[in-house]
Design a protein around this ligand. Structure first.
Ligand code: WT7
Length: 630
């Protein structure tokens, strides 16, 4: 499939992708190496739900990400690793070396009796061996389940037990800024409650003296040393499992989203090249953690399927100082930079000299992902990082979708701040109203998908019933995203936030993200979070938590100014009823605000805030409780 270069290419490809989806995706798929061609491109029924892509096809994704590139890219850097400590030397791993290391890990797993279909838990820091581990599993057909190495022992237990992992790949510890985390101790604690785990293989990273349990724990370097660099790839059916990745539901236990080999490969390869317009020899940097789907798809699989060079960053944005991202861009001459709005907003708080002392001229394209980006942060990113000359792709997608769904194509799609703009070819979004009727033209509603795409999750591991109920029952015959969305007259989409975050004030539907974006327009405001609370007259009132750049000298004056800004941008109806100034927000380690906690505070019920152990900094909760407005 030719890469889209103009808006008219986009419209043409989009048209073919919807009128002849089988032909369209067959053409995209034929760029990859298949050991056996598929019999049928697509079989689907959203009522069951059942989705199968490229049935009968046989492949191994690592052959496509590695072996396929060896004839012409053996010496090209595949992974450029920037360690936590900027004074430690970066590492460059060529495609040849990566191939060798992945094969060794594959053989190591086989020597530990891991077979096709077995689940392997990976709980590791952001080091190259984490990528070897992921691809080593894929090489031999084991199902990887990466658990973010910031999760607690309890969260690890739930994820290991839910899918019955037999082996855990981990490390003695990890570095995060000036802190060290003893990962092995967390694994040891978890394994007291994980009967299916037979063995662990432990990478040395921090040199912490974790005790090794004889017969159960093995050192990575000892196990991998003697392995051959030849590892025959397991031939996988297109619909065999590639990985499981857990995502939190709005309630209850995490959902193990199941992704399969063929469709995932085709869609991630296609979206990476299309959205970011990757050019040969460029350096691509996605700052996500591999513990999230963004890291799976756009640190590992997307770039490697495209024969790209991917930057893997072990550190954090704020250490040793808030210039770390920009320093790293200068140091390695990053061309494409993909990060989260929450990171942008937090780095915005530092003096601009932290940005301006670095040469960012290598950057060609910027991206964001994970949450709606507010207008003010978009402009800051555009002006200070892109210097007004780099397209920003605001990519909307989900753990469940596997890859990017709605996004500008860099340099092709006209940009509109806060809009994810247009669906990629093959993606058929629709907006639904409260009564379950489709909205046509301009409007606002709930975002659903009318047609399958190759990388969609096939089920929730071990719970197809929950998969059906969560995603396919709200609007029968459609996939429901859980997001609210607006479509403008040009057909551009703007994600307004989770619909569980929608508040209804005096009968008006308002996205909390939309109000936040308006509040953030006040120059004193750094970040905000809006939740609803019960209001006698309006039904729900607007409660706003606000972080300022500097402690306000006159809180009441600032409150009324913020209200006026909101009234001006959205309308008087959206004016916050209550504004509480805080120094931090309760965020999960992936940067999402835990609104459940804020809602409780806003409701005046702080007796039971539920589980706050997954928060990045649980101490902010006390401050917020103390300052709650009645
Ligand atoms: C939810 C999915 C996408 C991978 C990382 C997050 C929100 C994601 C955007 C965006 C507005 C966005 C949605 C979505 N979201 N990207 N560009 N604009 N909202 O994956 O943890 O599964 O979260 O993140 O609400 O449903 P996730």
């Amino acid at each position: 499939m030719d890469i889209i270069k103009t808006l008219s290419d986009y419209h043409k490809q989009y048209e073919v992708s919807t009128s002849k989806p089988d032909e369209f995706w067959a053409e995209v798929a034929s760029e990859f190496v298949w050991r056996k061609k598929w019999d049928k491109v697509l079989q689907w029924d959203f009522h069951k739900p059942e989705v199968k892509w490229f049935q009968g096809g046989k492949l191994n994704i690592t052959e496509n990400a590695l072996d396929r590139h060896l004839p012409h890219r053996a010496n090209q850097t595949a992974i450029l690793w920037e360690p936590n400590d900027p004074s430690e030397a970066p590492r460059k791993i060529s495609y040849q070396e990566l191939h060798r290391e992945v094969c060794k890990v594959g053989n190591m797993l086989r020597s530990h009796h891991v077979k096709k279909g077995d689940r392997v838990c990976i709980y590791m820091p952001m080091v190259p061996e984490l990528i070897y581990a992921v691809l080593g599993c894929a090489r031999i057909g084991a199902v990887h389940s990466v658990v973010f190495a910031g999760f607690s022992a309890g969260s690890l237990v739930d994820r290991i037990n839910d899918c019955g992992c037999s082996v855990v790949l981990t490390a003695d510890g990890s570095f995060r800024g000036d802190k060290k985390l003893d990962l092995k101790a967390i694994v040891d604690e978890a394994l007291l409650q994980c009967p299916t785990v037979r063995e662990t293989i432990v990478l040395k990273r921090t040199g912490s003296n974790s005790p090794m349990k004889s017969g159960r724990d093995f050192w990575w370097h000892e196990e991998v040393m003697s392995q051959s660099a030849d590892c025959v790839p397991e031939m996988m059916d297109a619909e065999d499992l590639l990985f499981i990745l857990y995502t939190s539901g709005s309630t209850g236990k995490p959902k193990g989203m199941v992704h399969t080999c063929g469709g995932y490969m085709v869609f991630i390869g296609y979206t990476f090249r299309t959205v970011f317009q990757y050019q040969d020899k460029e350096l691509f940097w996605c700052t996500a953690d591999i513990g999230w789907v963004t890291g799976h798809s756009y640190i590992i699989y997307g770039p490697l399927l495209a024969g790209a060079t991917t930057l893997l960053f072990e550190g954090i944005p704020s250490w040793p100082d808030p210039g770390r991202f920009w320093q790293t861009i200068e140091r390695h001459k990053v061309n494409i930079f993909y990060t989260a709005p929450t990171a942008i907003r937090s780095l915005e708080q530092a003096p601009i000299s932290y940005v301006n002392k670095y040469d960012l001229s290598s950057i060609r394209i910027l991206g964001t992902v994970g949450e709606p980006i507010n207008e003010e942060a978009w402009h800051w990113y555009n002006k200070n990082i892109g210097k007004g000359r780099c397209p920003i792709v605001d990519t909307w997608w989900q753990t469940e979708t596997g890859g990017i769904m709605i996004s500008p194509i860099a340099g092709v799609t006209p940009l509109k701040p806060t809009y994810a703009t247009l669906p990629l070819p093959g993606i058929q979004p629709t907006l639904m109203d409260e009564q379950g009727k489709e909205i046509t033209g301009t409007g606002e509603g709930r975002l659903a998908m009318k047609f399958p795409w190759p990388s969609m999750a096939r089920t929730i591991y071990g719970n197809h019933q929950r998969f059906r109920e969560t995603y396919f029952s709200t609007f029968p015959g459609m996939y429901f995203t859980g997001d609210g969305c607006r479509r403008d007259a040009e057909g551009f989409y703007r994600i307004t936030g989770r619909v569980d975050d929608i508040i209804i004030v005096s009968g008006h539907n308002m996205g909390t993200a939309e109000i936040e974006s308006a509040v953030d327009e006040h120059p004193a405001v750094c970040e905000s979070a809006v939740v609803g609370y019960p209001h006698d007259i309006k039904g729900q009132g607007v409660y706003t938590f606000v972080i300022c750049y500097e402690k306000p000298s006159d809180e009441d004056k600032l409150r009324s100014e913020i209200r006026e800004v909101v009234a001006k941008i959205i309308g008087p109806i959206a004016k916050p009823d209550k504004i509480q100034f805080v120094s931090g927000l309760p965020k999960t380690r992936s940067g999402k605000i835990m609104r459940r906690i804020l809602r409780k505070v806003a409701e005046g019920d702080t007796s039971n805030l539920g589980d706050i152990t997954t928060l990045l900094d649980p101490s902010v909760v006390d401050e917020i409780k103390r300052g709650a407005l009645s």
